[in-house]
Write a new protein. Structure first.
Length: 337
């Protein structure tokens, strides 16, 4: 059974193709992504209208590339992200998915983007055991309890303000490093001293919610540090600021993720979403999971950021779990939980 997944919730037009094997495992056959990130960079963030238009231009060529790469003329199932995401961007991918499904005469499955970020790990490490997933992207920072992909996912906690990726993007802008901030800051941090400045670890006090996050205090602390250096005429080491900021983010994320896994009694932690590509987060999570006796599963960086493979992976899982197709009437939902 071959499942084609379309992703268009933000600035990446992704088409992935996966094969569902009879034992429930999934094999990746194609993963094509066209990004409009360069068109947004001069605005310092994603411009929804530009993203929608870019999806419209990219969807058919990206479909063709994915079908060619997989060596097929049509799949058995089409799946697409229906939310959460940008309204216009979602509409382009879902309209295309329904049109292809109708023309090919194959079923359509509506996919939750966030579930896709978790399910993608099955492409790399095999079927998912019960786990806690730390989902860290530009729009979300949540701890999820996943019993199995066929059952509803429980949110244990989430950020009360900025998402971790959003904090990266804002600090990169403050330091004049461009957009998106995550990869640039990550690279710069590797040349700095992570102990140079001790930035606050939000939501880690004894009275704070165990599974919630907050990054706005950290963002303000970094901004104040930069301002003070400028006012005093002190030279500012951007690598040191980047490394110290990154340490604060990775410290809190890994600490809370391990804690949630132990609280829930699962033995596997999955980290996914764009920020899961972060080098220091991967390193710290590995150390802490080993110390706690947990299995850590982190997809390779390319699968952590938005792509169509993750949508195909979750679509394949729904088919395997016996879920009914959504039908062509399924609507997009930009605020899908
Ligand atoms: O999952 P994703 O591609 O899109 C959303 O669904 O948001 O995540 C994008 C986010 C951006 O904020 C980007 O700055 C961040 O992931 N990111 C990183 C790294 N690579 C991407 N953050 C930290 N370190 C990285 N290496
Ligand atoms: Zn995403």
């Amino acid at each position: 059974m071959i499942v084609l997944g379309i992703e268009s919730s933000c600035d990446e037009t992704g088409v992935g193709i996966a094969e569902l094997n009879s034992d429930g495992s999934v094999t990746l056959l194609a993963d094509e992504v066209a990004s409009s990130v360069d068109e947004h960079s001069r605005f310092g963030g994603v411009v929804p209208e530009i993203a929608s238009r870019a999806h419209l231009e990219a969807i058919v060529p990206t479909m063709r590339r994915a079908l060619d790469a997989a060596g097929i003329s049509k799949p058995d199932v089409v799946a697409a992200t229906i939310g959460p995401g940008l309204a216009g961007a979602l509409l382009v991918g879902v309209a295309a998915a329904k049109a292809y499904a109708a023309a090919w005469g194959v079923p359509f499955y509506a996919i939750n983007h966030l579930g896709g970020h978790v399910a993608v790990d099955a492409l790399e490490h095999g079927p998912l055991p019960p786990c806690v997933a730390l989902l860290v992207s530009g729009g979300h920072t949540s701890l999820l309890h996943v019993r199995s992909l066929g059952e509803p996912i429980t949110e244990l906690g989430a950020t009360v303000d900025d998402a971790a990726g959003e904090a990266y993007d804002k600090i990169a802008r403050l330091l004049g490093l461009g957009y998106p901030g995550g990869p640039v800051l990550d690279r710069l941090a590797q040349t700095g001293d992570r102990h140079a400045v001790t930035f606050p670890r939000g939501m880690t006090g004894p009275r704070d919610a165990r599974h919630a996050f907050s990054f706005s205090g950290l963002k303000t602390a970094v901004a104040r540090h930069v301002e003070q250096a400028e006012r005093a005429g002190r030279p500012l080491s951007k690598p040191d600021v980047a490394a110290s900021f990154q340490e604060a983010v990775a410290d809190v994320l890994s600490l809370k993720a391990v804690r949630a896994a132990l609280d829930t009694g699962v033995s596997t932690l999955v980290i996914s979403g764009g920020v899961a590509a972060n080098s220091r987060l991967r390193e710290l999570a590995e150390e802490r999971c080993e110390a706690a006796g947990l299995e850590l599963r982190v997809p390779r960086p390319r699968l952590c950021t938005d792509n169509g493979a993750m949508i195909a992976a979750l679509g394949a899982h729904l088919v395997h779990a016996g879920a009914e197709p959504s039908g062509l009437g399924a609507a997009t939902d930009p605020a899908l939980s």
